[in-house]
Design a protein around this ligand. Structure first.
Ligand SMILES: Nc1ncnc2c1ncn2[C@@H]1O[C@H](COP(=O)(O)OP(=O)(O)OP(=O)(O)O)[C@@H](O)[C@H]1O
Length: 652
């Protein structure tokens, strides 16, 4: 970590952060000069590099560390794929319409915002917020239409229970809540109609005829499943293995109003870990057993509250709170990744899905939620999807998507088996022969024993699905007990899926990193860790005089060779202003080049958060800053190596 600095006195101000992100072009509404489109954003240089650095760390942390197989599959997907996966029927959210204006709102979000606003109004009425409201609180209050009204205790309790269980409700239940609690459109105060489902996929057509329906994918997962056989082959036919993909996804969100937290086009990073359904242990689980997370489990929420507990991943798996080791392994690795890139661990929790919230086929699901000014937001989903996806694609296409495993010890079993006299079968039953064989193949052990008994008495009668009857004799069919040796085990693997939304993570990281110095509240500082900061080192020559050029060139080249991304700021403003500008960009270190640099070959290094400055010989400072950037040392260690700069001294 770079430094310790007291940022606690600073009150977070979202409007200042938004202004900074816009001013420094981290991101901005797309097509702005055409009026923009809700839920579409462009990233500028700082935002793009920040995202690229988060992705680079993601690749290192997951793909390289666990030898995952990387994929890049298509976005445009034929309709059949999403019909089979269930997206065409079920990838939908509930929306409600304002009965007078026709404005469309996402139903669960409406209930949440209205009830939260009422609870905030109640809290204020009860005088629990003694401190005078800050600008930010006033702004939020206005946006959420908070009116200060004290509620009955029982009503407060009901609202809290509803909010804890909101993700568990379907459309009809949400409709009932709207009526029961008089939930209206906050913008107009009009009533809203019954919730209706709205499919979130963007539809398109492939080719000029318009006959081949397609969709822009709403997640990258299907590309992994459809390539399963090739991936399995690439992995020498063995499971477990994981595939990973980083790419764009598209969702036609109902009313995206939360900046990067809810957009219509975004970058996802997804892992599909294929595992034997009978053995979901993980060989590296012991390495993460002691990782402690804040967990909000299913039972707590279903009982109507939101109390969390600290628990190690090891204990959670041992007690069956997290379903299996592989899921636990990923929960821990997700925690480590998010904290490494700078997410505040005090504002990170893992929330388990409730029964109704989870897809019907999933066995367990945990969301990494990050707290920000809008509340707790799911940023990573981590689900055990069982064998659902591979099974449905296999059934639809007739392509087996299975693992065949040679058994160490063959399994020997005794079974009743049908023995056909094919000639007699064909002669007697002609075109019905196939149907008859199918009926017998479909019988279980008990059915075959029954048949055997009947045949031993002379004949048996079978009935087809259509109700046609066939009488069989021992001349056509006999049932015999046989010893069978099975040396191959065939199974459909289960899938554990961690799914990351990079925009949500990036935005929460910006919120967690943002603060302002007491002496300069107008400007902000982004305390991004060097690992992800867009620029690692700012090179600041005292002025644009030519005599500094050779040293600037030398330092730039040496940093480049060391793999440290730097930028030069030789603009015509004071050094203080140049540093302030780069504090806003999150640049962790600055090197100042002045006349002493030319005379004595010294430079000063400044740390962003403390503004502490140290001085040293050029090569020593470059070596130190390189180690700082790569996280090998912290600022305290840098201070041991380099003396404090008091503004005048030179270094021998
Ligand atoms: N509209 C969106 N904008 C930005 N990121 C998104 C959006 N929808 C999903 N994501 C990201 O993709 C990840 C995986 O998607 P998933 O389908 O689990 O989300 P979800 O449960 O549909 O999210 P929500 O309930 O918030 O709509 C999420 O954890 C999130 O980070």
């Amino acid at each position: 970590m770079a430094s310790t600095v007291n940022k606690t006195t600073h009150t977070f101000d979202k409007s200042r952060l938004d202004a900074l992100l816009n001013r420094r072009f981290f991101y901005a509404p797309a097509f702005e000069i055409y009026g923009g489109v809700a839920g579409l954003y462009d990233y500028g240089p700082a935002g793009s590099t920040l995202q690229a650095n988060i992705i680079a760390e993601w690749r290192k942390h997951f793909i390289i560390e666990d030898g995952m197989l990387e994929l890049d599959t298509t976005i445009m997907t034929p309709s059949a794929v999403f019909e089979t996966s269930g997206h065409v029927a079920r990838f939908a959210d509930w929306m409600v319409k304002d009965v007078k204006t026709g404005d469309v709102l996402r139903a669960d979000h409406l209930v949440k915002s209205v009830l939260e606003a009422r609870l905030a109004g109640d809290k204020e009425a009860r005088g629990q917020e003694a401190a005078p409201p800050t600008e930010d609180k006033k702004r939020k209050k206005k946006a959420a239409k908070v009116t200060v009204v004290k509620l009955e205790d029982a009503v407060v309790q009901q609202y809290e229970t509803i909010l804890a269980q909101l993700d568990n409700y379907g459309g009809p239940e949400i409709g009932e809540l709207c009526r029961k609690y008089d939930i209206r459109n906050p913008d107009t105060d009009n009533e809203v109609g019954e919730p209706q489902q709205f499919n979130l996929m963007f539809q398109s057509s492939i080719g000029p005829t318009g006959q081949h329906k397609g969709f822009l994918r709403p997640e990258t997962a299907q590309g992994h499943f459809l390539n399963f056989n090739r991936l399995l082959d690439y992995n020498n036919g063995r499971v477990p293995f994981a595939s990973a993909q980083i790419g764009r996804s598209f969702r036609n969100e109902i009313s995206p109003r939360a900046g990067l937290l809810r957009v219509r086009e975004f970058t996802m990073a997804e892992i599909e870990h294929f595992v034997d359904p009978e053995d979901k242990s993980h060989t590296r689980f012991k390495e993460v057993r002691d990782v402690e997370i804040v967990a909000l489990d299913r039972h707590t929420q279903e009982a109507g509250n939101s109390e969390t507990r600290r628990i190690t991943v090891g204990e959670a798996v041992d007690k069956g709170i997290i379903a299996n080791e592989t899921l636990g392994y990923f929960v821990a690795r997700i925690y480590q990744f998010l904290v490494n890139i700078g997410i505040d661990p005090a504002r990170l929790r893992f929330r388990q899905h409730m029964g109704n919230e989870m897809a019907h086929y999933a066995t367990d699901c945990w969301d990494a939620e990050i707290q920000n000014t809008t509340g707790w937001t799911e940023c990573v989903g981590c689900a055990d999807r069982a064998a659902y996806d591979l099974s449905v694609h296999s059934a639809k296409t007739g392509t087996p998507l299975v693992v065949r495993q040679a058994l160490k010890e063959p399994i020997v079993t005794e079974k009743e088996a049908a023995e056909w006299n094919k000639k007699a079968l064909g002669k007697t039953f002609k075109q019905d022969a196939g149907t008859i064989q199918k009926i017998v193949e479909g019988l279980d052990e008990t059915g075959l024993i029954k048949l055997k008994g009947e045949l031993s008495q002379g004949s048996t009668t079978l009935k087809s699905e259509e109700g046609k009857e066939f009488t069989l004799t021992p001349e056509v069919l006999t049932i015999e007990r046989k010893t069978l040796k099975q040396s191959i085990r065939e199974f459909t693997p289960n899938v554990i899926e961690p799914s990351f939304g990079l925009g949500r993570i990036l935005y929460c990281l910006l919120e967690h990193s943002f603060w302002a110095r007491e002496q300069d509240v107008e400007r902000g500082v982004l305390s991004l860790p060097p690992l992800v900061a867009p620029t690692k080192v700012l090179i600041v020559p005292l002025s644009a005089r030519e005599e500094f050029d050779p040293i600037v060139a030398e330092i730039t080249a040496k940093l480049r060779r060391a793999g440290v991304f730097s930028r030069i700021d030789d603009s015509n403003t004071s050094i203080g202003k140049r540093y302030a500008r780069n504090d806003e960009l999150g640049t962790p270190y600055g090197l100042t080049i002045d006349f002493a640099s030319v005379q004595n070959r010294t430079v000063t290094i400044r740390e962003r958060d403390t503004m502490d400055q140290r001085i040293g010989k050029i090569d020593d400072v470059i070596a130190t800053v390189t180690e700082l950037v790569f996280g090998n040392i912290d600022w305290a260690e840098a201070c041991n190596r380099l003396p404090k700069y008091d503004g005048v001294q030179a270094v021998e």
